[in-house]
Design a protein around this ligand. Structure first.
Ligand code: FEC
Length: 312
């Protein structure tokens, strides 16, 4: 007999239309409306990447690729996964997805967030919201907390870096720096709680570079908010400037491994802001494609799912 199990794919969410930007931003700020100035600045960044972010479509394609891969997996022959998408900052919200599961009679589900590394302030907060709603409705959840250690995740990024290196003369490898980055977080709560997020990003940087012919790698942080308190650094732009001055680097390769899709934080913060700095210091800007629905990436998540949700 086939068991029906929910697959809750959670992601950040993005405005679907321009009029969604203000409520979306208000949600990100925990219900506090942004100032006119902050809102205009966000609208300006969306305009710079074409008006809106491609994230909504990518999240859907990634979620569909996952459920499809799981439902064709020999490991889960007697299980049928039913997909639900739950977003953090816009509809369908995480809680809406759990409600839908309940209506469909689902009593057990696997959850996964479209972000590879665990922080209690990112994955932890998605999981907490999902669990709170699921507990109310007697649904048992099995959480994937991270998948940054999965060999296929590392293989994806080392393959992409090798593709970039193939276009750089070997004689310039010692003037090439790999910047492995993730979304910054406010420093104090992360340090005070000994959150694993910063060390997971460093571990990813070490593992990726081991599988390439490049040895020069450093970790940077991006997309920090403007809250008046320190966020984890160094910021990718400052880092680029400093490295270019000290090491006379000719190539910077950016791998924002804390994200899995092309969206505002990559298309603006990397492809625009970091590129501006590279142009200023006379270095070439390289940013390989994001995982999106690449089979190595989808398989990496599927393999992690098999460790948290065993066959009955
Ligand atoms: O393409 C898009 O439209 C959405 C891209 C997007 C992703 C994303 C992922 C993460 N964030 C994380 C943490 C924070 C913290 C704050 C914060 C603020 C914003 C704002 C926008 C935004 N984030 Fe985001 N984030 C994306 C977009 N994020 C827009 C608001 C304006 C701005 O600051 O630029 C600060 C909240 C506050 O003000 O109190 C903290 C983390 C991730 C990666 C994990 C995940 O995907 O959940 C961590 C994609």
């Amino acid at each position: 007999m086939t068991t029906k199990v929910g697959l809750l794919v959670m992601a950040y969410g993005t405005p679907y239309k321009k009029s969604d930007i203000e409520p979306y931003y208000t949600d990100i700020r925990g219900g506090r409306k942004p100032s006119r100035e902050a809102l205009d600045d966000l609208v300006r960044r969306y305009e710079a990447i074409g008006g809106l972010s491609p994230l909504a479509g990518t999240t859907e394609r990634q979620a569909e690729a996952l459920v499809d891969r799981l439902n064709h997996s020999a490991y889960y022959q007697d299980v049928e996964f039913k997909l639900y998408i739950g977003l953090k900052h816009i509809h369908p919200f995480i809680e809406d997805a759990i409600e839908e599961m309940h209506k469909d009679g689902i009593t057990e589900a696997v959850t996964v967030v479209l972000a590879p590394h665990y922080s209690q302030f990112s994955i932890g907060s998605y999981n907490k919201r999902a669990k709170q709603k699921a507990d109310e409705l007697n649904i048992v959840l099995h959480h994937v907390n991270h998948y940054y250690k999965q060999p296929k995740f590392i293989e994806y990024w080392s393959m992409r870096i090798t593709e970039v290196l193939n276009h750089i003369p070997k004689s310039e490898y010692d003037k090439t720096m790999l910047i492995v980055s993730a979304h910054s977080l406010p420093m104090k709560p992360v340090l005070d709680s000994n959150d694993p997020y910063p060390s997971q990003i460093s571990e990813t940087a070490r593992s990726i570079v081991e599988h390439t012919s490049l040895r020069q790698v450093t970790v940077g942080w991006q997309s920090a908010g403007n809250t008046g308190t320190p966020w984890i650094g160094p910021d990718v732009q400052d880092l680029t400037r400093e490295l270019a001055e000290k090491g006379n680097f000719k190539h910077f390769i950016y791998t924002p491994v804390g994200f899995v899709a092309e969206h505002l934080e990559v298309l603006y913060d990397n492809d625009y802001e970091c590129k501006v700095v590279c142009d200023e210091v006379g270095a070439a800007y390289h940013r390989p494609p994001m995982p999106d629905t690449h089979p190595l990436f989808i398989d990496a998540i599927v393999e992690e799912i098999t460790t948290v949700y065993k066959k009955a």
